[in-house]
Design a protein around this ligand. Structure first.
Ligand code: VGL
Ligand code: ZN
Length: 198
């Protein structure tokens, strides 16, 4: 068994003061840093959108943030502009021990498709490359932490379980956006996929 810690989107944009702030999002940073020395491989993900990304409400006339629209790959929540490539909003939280990471996986770069999961874009089939990286490192067990619990952590955990990893989400080291009960829905979906919620 070889273990990796996947740190999802601990970026300023998802912390208080950011463009898509998750309540209390920055509270996860010290606990995540404390976990890093215990695992052989630390991977960070970074939401990394081009300006004008199709997941931004501002890219759709007459739409407001948190509206849901139909995209060719399914329903898509529209977000405020966030985590634009190279902006301060897209930077990792300055206290996150990013120097420990073996790799940084960027996602949401295709202007036409959002990407919540660390493994696949929201079409659920275009890979980010993370599965190949983990397999070549012999990784079998994953611990997932970070932001946001009900979107990127949730989609990453379900995909990881589907890919055959043993997956634990440390819920104390995540925080949720919680749109219309999305936190409880995410918990049920993760449990059904065989993810351990700890
Ligand atoms: C996320 C919404 C849009 C996340 C990213 O990291 O959970 N949520 N982009
Ligand atoms: Zn995003």
């Amino acid at each position: 068994m070889t273990h990796a810690l996947i740190v999802i989107d601990v970026q300023l944009g998802f912390c208080p003061g950011g463009n898509l702030a998750v309540p209390d999002g920055d509270a996860v940073v010290p606990g995540i840093n404390a976990l890093m020395p215990d695992v052989p491989h630390v991977i960070l993900t970074q939401d990394w959108h081009p300006a004008g990304h199709s997941s931004f409400a501002a890219s759709h006339e007459g739409r407001a943030p948190y509206d849901v629209i139909d995209m060719p790959y399914g329903p898509q929540v529209l977000w405020p502009d966030h985590c634009i490539q190279g902006s301060a909003d897209a930077a990792f939280h300055p206290d996150l021990d990013a120097a420990r990471a073996r790799a940084i996986v960027r996602k949401g770069m295709n202007p036409a498709i959002d990407s919540y999961s660390a493994f696949f874009e929201n079409d659920r089939e275009t890979p980010t490359g993370l599965d190949g990286l983990l397999r070549s490192l012999g990784v079998t067990d994953l611990t997932l932490v970070g932001l946001a619990h009900d979107f990127c952590v949730n989609f990453s955990a379900v995909d990881a379980a589907r890919l055959g990893y043993a997956v634990t989400v440390r819920e104390d080291l995540t925080r949720a956006i919680d749109l219309d009960g999305s936190r409880e829905a995410a918990r049920a979906g993760m449990r059904a996929a065989g993810v351990t919620l700890a």
